[in-house]
Design a protein around this ligand. Structure first.
Ligand code: PAF
Length: 296
């Protein structure tokens, strides 16, 4: 098995988690950091009862060495600018994998660099930063990776296959849309009501909102030719809410921390598709405006 050299762009909790897992499966890893940081960078990874220190070489965008394999784990709204900052280190043979929430950035990127043809992924792994150099792997989930129209994985996927619960997804478009649909039903509501995911089912007035939102999202999903996702959406949303009942969604965390949210790449993207098909989605539109008013 050839283990490649992966550069990880977006060294937040998720980026560091994947850096650690890829290093474990034999890949060379370099973290792309914004400014000069210790090289190597030492990070502590907590996983269940296990706590260990890991070291990663670092680089900044200003360096010139070519990048063969790039994993992007930035926030959705940073993907295009962050990859652009490394464009001088990429060429037609560079493999780029986008593992960010939401939709829309892959086509923006392809518009700017038609030769890039990025792979995309979606994950339900949970990780958060305990402190600047300490990451906690909080929830074990599944990761699905693919590229539209490519049923078989490329050679670089071999070490990824060794990661826990990481699969090549033959229909990545559906996988990404399903994640988007679920996020549209959960994230903005939790942000606007400042509540844990579980309250979306336990508070009757919010449960009614979830139902109404799912109806709108299902209509858009059907128009976008994701009929099976439309049919199973309400049940899937309920399952995710139950599995993550005590979580604060990523959008609520962003609002509380005064950070930009990913609403434009989640609900905003759903609304762009709704508009294309002439579907009014007033509840989603109103949530987008409310989240924007909260600052994101
Ligand atoms: O964005 C998130 O927080 C997660 O995707 C989800 C599933 C809503 C759980 O909190």
């Amino acid at each position: 098995m050839t283990a490649h050299h992966w550069h990880v762009l977006g060294a937040g909790a998720m980026g560091c988690l994947f850096a650690a897992r890829l290093q474990d499966s034999g890949c060379d890893i370099t973290l792309v950091v914004r400014d000069t940081r210790p090289d190597p960078l030492a990070l502590v990874l907590e996983d269940g009862e296990d706590t260990r220190e890991m070291k990663f070489p670092t680089t900044t965008a200003a360096d010139r060495a070519p990048i063969s394999h790039l994993l992007v784990t930035t926030k959705a709204y940073d993907v295009v600018d962050a990859v652009s900052s490394l464009a001088h280190r990429l060429d037609r043979d560079s493999q780029v994998l986008l593992l960010a929430n939401g939709l829309g950035f892959a086509s923006e990127l392809s518009g700017r660099y038609p030769w890039l043809a990025p792979y995309c992924g979606t994950t339900t792994e949970g990780a958060y930063r305990v402190s600047s150099f300490r990451i906690r792997h909080a929830g074990h989930g599944a990761t699905r990776i693919g590229r539209s129209g490519e049923p078989n994985p490329p050679a670089w996927f071999a070490p990824w296959r060794a990661l826990e619960n990481c699969l090549w997804e033959q229909d990545i478009d559906s996988a990404l849309w399903e994640k988007l649909a679920v996020n549209c039903a959960i994230n903005p509501l939790t942000a606007v009501h400042d509540c844990r995911n579980g309250e979306l089912l336990s508070r009757p007035e919010l449960a009614r909102e979830v139902d109404a939102l799912c109806n709108e999202i299902a209509r858009v999903s059907e128009a976008a030719e994701f009929a099976p996702i439309a049919a199973g959406l309400r049940a899937r949303v309920e399952e995710v809410i139950r599995n993550t009942a005590s979580n604060h969604s990523s959008m609520l965390q962003d609002c509380r921390a005064g950070r930009t949210t990913e609403i434009d790449y989640i609900t905003g993207q759903l609304l762009r598709v709704a508009d294309l098909h002439g579907i009014a989605a007033p509840r989603n539109r109103s949530l987008l405006e409310q989240v924007k008013r909260l600052g994101g």
